[in-house]
Design a protein around this ligand. Structure first.
Ligand code: ADP
Length: 450
């Protein structure tokens, strides 16, 4: 499992390791530079002091080329750094070695003045030479001692750096623990939420890093709360609506059981079967509604040929209309493609056509049309039926709402379904008068799919 704490600590430790290595390298390099300067200065000082010591030079001259004795003045000076001695050589101007502090080392006369680096017997050496009137004083030293001292110093730095690891590890563990504590608080707050109490999570003392997370969670909680409220309301409404046809069924059943004559019984049976059909209709509409309501499954998004769906609706309702002697026509059906869910769109069209036929008395007219207009496809259903009073034209789209006094059987869900599907497809709805001042026109404007 991914752990922010582990990741942070790992990154911190890696950063610390890289920083330590860089620190060690920089300090080793810096120390080497300093030691070089120091040792070079000591070589120079030694050479210059010997130069100034007339005695030493004199002894060197006296002792001649063999020069095995240490010049007394130089003896104290050639110890450059503890056991790391310097090789002191005095040459005359002809190149004859007058004196050597270590005669066994055949270090050559470099014939130079000042500081010189050279390789002698596969080793790096450093020499400083000064001229006197008659002689050359050359003080030399192998370089390896310097590198060793600088790495020794670097190693001494390594110890405190290594000690930093556990200390920093501990600090980072504590800091990360403290920093992540609000996440625990937030998760405890989420844990307390139940479907019955979906209160937003408090944003007080929430660090800015997790504030967006808490914000999104609160948004989600709000939407969930609204959806649950809608669900509860819907269930209550649905139960209430179902009670009416079920009570009617019960009454009709009783009437049927008490019927004395064959005709009375047949009449009661007919009523009962109508009642059952109404209940089935309502359940069917409820099911459709739960499928298309906002929190239901997401509408599919595919190119749908609206003209084909309109033709299907027209054909499906041709017989129903003929039965009721309502003239159903489709004078215009332009080709139009829209983006959405064909099944849902078919439900929308069918509901509108079904309503128009149901709310139009015998001998009436229902006209369907699908016309293209400036990037839109407009589907209209016009009837010359009972019409919808202007004041009711908004409300008829509410769930279970039916215009008072409507005698035609219905559930009050058909237009609520129409509105949901239209909204899901980005379509707009308009209700206006029907033809010749009577009836109703429902117009739905769909954005075209291109
Ligand atoms: P239902 O038709 O099942 O009652 P709807 O939601 O489809 O439910 O319609 C709601 C109400 O709107 C209907 O009860 C009716 O009063 C009114 N209505 C719908 N369509 C028409 C129409 N074409 N003509 C007149 N009234 C209509």
């Amino acid at each position: 499992m991914i752990s922010i704490r582990r990741e942070l600590q790992k990154s911190l430790m890696i950063a610390l390791l890289i920083a330590s290595i860089m620190l060690l390298l920089a300090s080793a390099y810096g120390t080497l530079e300093e030691i070089n300067e120091l040792f070079d200065a000591q070589l120079r000082q030694t050479a210059q002091l010997i130069q100034q010591q007339e005695d030493a030079l004199h002894i060197a001259h006296v002792s001649g080329a063999k020069g095995l004795a240490y010049p007394p003045g130089a003896l104290a000076l050639h110890k450059v750094h503890g056991e790391r001695e310097a090789l002191i050589q005095i040459w005359d101007t002809d190149g004859t070695l007058l004196y050597s502090s270590h005669p066994a080392i055949p270090y050559p006369d470099l014939k130079a003045t000042g500081l010189v680096s050279t390789v002698f017997e596969s080793q790096q050496w450093r020499s400083y030479s000064v001229r006197t009137e008659d002689d050359i004083v050359q003080v030399s030293q192998p370089m390896h001692g310097r590198a060793r001292i600088s790495s020794e110093i670097a190693m001494r730095i390594l110890v405190p750096v290594l000690m930093l690891f556990p200390i920093l590890g501990l600090f980072s563990w504590y800091a990360v623990r403290r920093g992540l504590a609000p996440i625990n608080t937030v998760s405890a707050a989420i844990g307390e939420r139940t479907p019955a109490s979906l209160v937003p999570i408090s944003q007080e003392n929430v660090p800015e890093e997790i504030l967006p997370l808490v914000g999104s969670l609160n948004n989600f909680i709000n939407r969930l709360d609204n959806a649950l409220k809608l669900q509860r309301q819907f269930t209550a409404d649905a139960a209430h609506e179902l009670r009416t046809p079920l009570t009617a069924i019960q009454l009709q059943l009783q009437v049927m059981m008490r019927a004395q004559t064959e005709e009375g019984r047949a009449e009661a049976e007919l009523r009962l079967s109508r009642g059952v059909r109404r209940a089935i209709d309502l359940v069917q509409k409820l099911l459709t509604f739960t499928r298309v309501e906002p929190e239901g499954p997401v509408t599919r998004q595919e190119a749908c040929h609206l003209n084909a769906l309109v033709t299907t609706a027209y054909e499906q309702f041709a017989d129903v209309a003929a039965d009721k002697t309502v003239t159903l026509t489709l004078p215009r059906c332009d080709e139009a493609a829209v983006l959405g869910d064909a099944d849902n769109l078919q439900i929308l069209l069918n509901n509108l056509v079904d309503n128009a036929i149901r709310y139009t008395p015998e001998g009436g007219h229902v006209e369907l049309s699908l016309a293209l207009a400036a990037g839109f496809a407009v589907f209209t259903v016009t009837d010359d039926g009972i019409g919808v009073p202007e004041a009711e034209r908004e409300r008829i789209f509410d769930r279970f709402y039916r215009v008072v006094g409507t005698r035609t059987q219905g559930t009050g869900l058909g237009l609520a379904i129409v509105r949901e599907i239209a909204e899901r497809h980005g379509a707009t709805l308009k209700v206006s008068d029907g033809k010749n001042g009577s009836g109703t026109t429902f117009a739905i404007k769909f954005p075209l799919f291109s």
